[in-house]
Design a protein around this ligand. Structure first.
Ligand SMILES: Cc1cc2nc3c(=O)[nH]c(=O)nc-3n(C[C@H](O)[C@H](O)[C@H](O)COP(=O)(O)OP(=O)(O)OC[C@H]3O[C@@H](n4cnc5c(N)ncnc54)[C@H](O)[C@@H]3O)c2cc1C
Length: 303
């Protein structure tokens, strides 16, 4: 595999064999063959063009809060937009770059009296990742606030999409097949003090129910239609199940925590065991919410 496909300007900045575990909230995962930390749209465009030219797989890294990266790491290029994090509120809208932290965005919107996004309080990660995953929960999901998104589409073309043109679904969107660059999000006019209070309330609720202080990737499985995955997992008796350093949280059944030196393979095995138990107990097939690098089918693993 070669770096010659990249422009000289970019080549000087490509890092090789970079451990990815510290970039994830699970603290799991092997090295990226190449890591590019983009600072500008040009960096992103050059990286995408280089990958296309050299036929290298491209992985876009946000806050790493919904990622299970293989112990062997990934071959190809991991592109981080962490440094692209400007945000500019105007009226009841905000223009924000993909690398911005979602929590910081929520706070900024609260201060600017932009209502609605406070419902996303407590969700870790970046704005790009939140758009790619249509992050949300009981009180809101990010798609509700999208006016438009600028991305490099899977063909490598810069494109601006209105919300209606984006296939947002439950904890998914087609944006994860390209690179989100920036977005305009739109809320309602509201009182900053009330928004801040609401965010605090939601954060408090999350802290009381979820193992926030431990290494995890949030909910491992999507909620099946009409069910709570966490409740199904609890009822199937999975709480406390463990494979190596990976453990089903005692506090929230849908969280798998890294209680030590967990390997990705151990997390996968535990996910597979939980899936099987829930299937037997409830006749419901759980689907992973976490994204796997490289893509894996959790059901195909040996028990
Ligand atoms: C303690 C905890 C609590 C959580 N609570 C919630 C919750 O309440 N609701 C919820 O929805 N999620 C929750 N999550 C999961 C996670 O925070 C969200 O899915 C988050 O939106 C992922 O964003 P990220 O930037 O970390 O993305 P990453 O984990 O880095 O990536 C996730 C996916 O998005 C893609 N992606 C990232 N950036 C871009 C980009 N710029 N362009 C295109 N694709 C991109 C990646 O390639 C990958 O496919 C929680 C996680 C933790 C650890």
């Amino acid at each position: 595999m070669t770096l010659q496909a990249f422009s000289q300007r970019l080549r000087d900045r490509v890092q090789t064999e970079v451990q990815l575990a510290p970039f994830t909230t699970w603290r799991i995962g092997g090295p990226a063959q190449f890591l590019v930390q983009a600072e500008t749209l040009r960096d992103v465009a050059d990286t995408v063009a280089g990958c296309r030219a050299a036929n290298l797989p491209l992985y876009v890294l946000g806050g790493g809060s919904n990622l299970l990266i293989a112990d062997e790491g990934v071959r190809g290029v991991v592109l981080s937009l962490h440094a692209m994090k400007r945000m500019q509120p105007f009226g009841n809208k905000v223009l924000v770059q993909a690398g911005a932290n979602l929590g910081t965005l929520v706070n900024r919107c609260n201060q600017a009296g932009i209502g609605g996004l406070c419902g996303l309080a407590g969700i870790p990660g970046s704005v790009g990742g939140a758009l790619a995953m249509n992050a949300g929960g009981r009180y809101a999901e990010i798609a509700e606030f999208v006016e438009r998104v600028v991305w490099l589409n899977p063909q490598g073309e810069l494109e601006s999409l209105y919300r209606e043109e984006i296939d947002f679904a439950y904890r998914r969107s087609g944006l994860r097949f390209g690179v989100v660059i920036e977005a305009v999000l739109s809320g309602t006019h509201a009182d900053p003090a009330q928004l801040a209070a609401r965010s605090r309330q939601i954060m408090h609720e999350k802290l009381s129910l979820q193992p926030y202080q431990e290494f995890s990737a949030g909910c491992c499985f999507q909620n099946p239609m009409g069910h709570s995955a966490g409740r199904l997992i609890d009822l199937a008796g999975c709480k406390g199940m463990q494979v190596g350093g990976a453990k089903v949280s005692d506090r929230h059944g849908n969280f798998i925590v890294n209680s030590g030196e967990a390997k990705a393979e151990e997390v996968l095995q535990l996910m597979q065991q939980v899936t099987a138990r829930v299937q037997v107990a409830h006749g419901v097939m759980l689907r992973p919410e976490v994204q796997m690098w490289p893509a894996r089918d959790v059901l195909s693993l040996a028990a």
